[in-house]
Ligand binder design. Structure first.
Ligand code: ADP
Length: 190
């Protein structure tokens, strides 16, 4: 099973991805988590990455594409995976298509998490108290939301028309439990 969880920051993709990955015994690939692991290394690249991420900007496509290319080759992904936070630009979407084609893989579902902006800000602020991330203050949240609408949201239309039968909208203004149920219902139809 190959799933893409798509949507703005704070939509709850990570929470849902963790739950579904465990339920289906597939890998949860959060590019945000993978990048944050890199930050612990304290080398030249990690300092550069930290500056980009803390300002709410996107890390370059080539870095992300390389991470995904290598990660999908690892054994634990053979059973299936959830992409959470990737692709985020058209270049990444095209690269992903090519990579999956090369490996004879197809996307089963793309879940497009829709949520209003007020709820996003409320949720991220609540999370910031727990997680202490460098990019969870109000100005940076606004930059991340703006980047989402400029660079990432246009991919919704791309997937809606490219992969009609895989594309589903998820109303993520709802509670976590209700979202769990809705998502499992969609996936179980498979
Ligand atoms: P959120 O979706 O809540 O903003 P993430 O944990 O998914 O948080 O990502 C945190 C940061 O990591 C992003 O703001 C961005 O700088 C970087 N990042 C993650 N995934 C990508 C990607 N696919 N392309 C470019 N940058 C990315």
């Amino acid at each position: 099973m190959i799933l893409i969880f798509f949507g703005p920051p704070g939509a709850g993709k990570g929470t849902q991805a963790k739950f579904v990955a465990e339920k289906l015994n597939i890998v949860h690939l959060s590019t945000g988590d993978i990048l944050r692991e890199q930050l612990l290394k304290k080398n030249k690249l990690s300092i550069e990455l930290k500056n980009i991420m803390d300002s709410g900007q996107l890390v370059t496509d080539s870095i992300l594409n390389n991470i995904i290319y290598d990660r999908l080759n690892e054994k634990d992904c053979f059973n299936g995976f959830i992409l959470d936070g990737y692709p985020r630009t058209m270049d990444q979407a095209i690269f992903l298509n090519k990579t999956l084609q090369e490996r004879n893989l197809a996307i089963n579902y793309i879940l497009d998490f829709i949520i209003n902006e007020e709820t996003i800000i409320k949720r991220i602020k609540a999370r910031s108290i727990i997680e202490n991330r460098g990019d969870d203050n109000e100005d940076v949240i606004k930059t991340r939301i703006a980047n989402y609408y400029n660079a990432t949201k246009p991919l919704s239309n791309f997937y809606k028309s490219e992969l009609v039968s895989a594309y589903r909208i998820i109303d993520s203004n709802q509670e976590i439990q209700k979202l769990n149920t809705d998502i499992l219902k969609i996936i179980k139809k498979h």
